[in-house]
Design a protein around this ligand. Structure first.
Ligand SMILES: C[S@@+](CC[C@H](N)C(=O)[O-])C[C@H]1O[C@@H](n2cnc3c(N)ncnc32)[C@H](O)[C@@H]1O
Length: 304
């Protein structure tokens, strides 16, 4: 069941009084209407949107090396009917239509029996994972669970960082970890590798020239790890000192060193990574940023 829309009275108050007041202070006050509350309704346009999205996702699954018998067009169509029933209405701070669709299709294709989710926020992605994998055991980690709009009745919740949990009973081969937690993606790769996980999904993977658009940047990101690895090899051959990645956001300066031992260790664990298409051209919704990462299987004695 979807959460109720704001009342007409509240909406009138927002438009006439609150929004102009906030505008003068330099803020936008907008309703938390999710992007999927806007949608085409004529069958031809719906077919076009769903067909384009399915084609794109099919290409991404193939490029990710995810072997699956999933009927992707049927999965996309199913998602189209499910998403209006989502119990979380969010406009900011978490996934929109495209991100939720990517996650749904990727999880259906990967069909894990256990999912570790790090970075839960209001719980939209937990709900998406549950729709995709109804029988999976889901472990949700977030230091702040006070924002939950959806609490999965079968999931295990923890405010501890996932890396400190006891995973001695985990079947790494049938587990997928999904990271959307603003923590260094390089660090998450290293932690996952220690447990013997080989299938990871990351939200908010951004290349160096795009990361300024992200809050709480989780660097080094997967894209940075790949770029720094390629450049380090080239620069070493040319005997040039590698350049760090630098950016500014909200007046703060950030830097990702070029020669970062953590990025190097993470790079050694990554077998390959594939960034999904952002789906904006296919659906018109805000660009999404899901990346699939396959890790090298653990050497004997690495798995916990
Ligand atoms: C972008 S939100 C997650 C959005 C959610 N996955 C969605 O799409 O609806 C990021 C979340 O990461 C959480 N976070 C911060 N540090 C974390 C950590 N060490 N482990 C897990 N989650 C963390 C924040 O509290 C926040 O709720």
């Amino acid at each position: 069941m979807s959460t109720p829309r704001p009342s007409r009275t509240l909406e009138r108050l927002r438009r006439r009084v609150l929004a102009p007041f906030f505008d003068r202070l330099g803020y936008d006050l907008v309703p938390a209407a999710p992007d999927w509350s806007h949608r085409p309704t004529s069958p031809r346009e719906v077919d076009q949107l769903l067909g384009s999205a399915a084609d794109s996702l099919q290409r991404d699954l193939a490029a990710s090396g995810i072997a699956t018998g999933l009927d992707v067009p049927a999965a996309v169509r199913r998602f189209w009917t499910l998403i209006p029933t989502a119990p979380v209405r969010q406009r900011r701070g978490g996934s929109g239509f495209n991100g939720a669709l990517q996650l749904y299709v990727a999880m259906r294709a990967l069909a894990p029996s256990t999912v570790i989710e790090s970075g839960v926020f209001r719980g939209l992605t937990t709900w998406v994972i549950r729709q995709a994998c109804p029988d999976a055991t889901i472990h949700c980690h977030d230091p702040d669970l006070s924002n939950l709009h959806y609490r999965d009745p079968g999931a295990h919740y923890s405010t501890a960082d996932w890396s400190t949990a006891d995973w001695s009973q985990l079947d790494a081969a049938t587990t997928v970890a999904f990271f959307d937690d603003h923590v260094s993606q390089g660090r998450r790769v290293i932690e996952a590798r220690r447990l013997g996980l080989t299938r990871l999904l990351f939200d908010d993977d951004a290349a160096g020239h795009r990361i300024h658009a992200h809050g709480g940047p989780a660097h080094p990101t997967i894209a940075m790890i790949e770029t720094l690895r390629d450049e380090a090899g080239r620069d070493e051959a040319r005997r040039v000192t590698p350049e760090p990645i630098r950016w500014q956001r909200n007046g703060r300066s950030f830097e990702q060193p070029a020669d970062d031992p953590l990025a190097r260790e993470a790079a050694a664990g990554v077998a390959y990574a594939h960034a999904f298409d952002d789906l904006h051209r296919a659906t018109g919704y805000s660009p999404a940023r899901l990346t699939y990462v396959a890790l090298h299987p653990p050497k004997r004695g690495i798995a916990a």
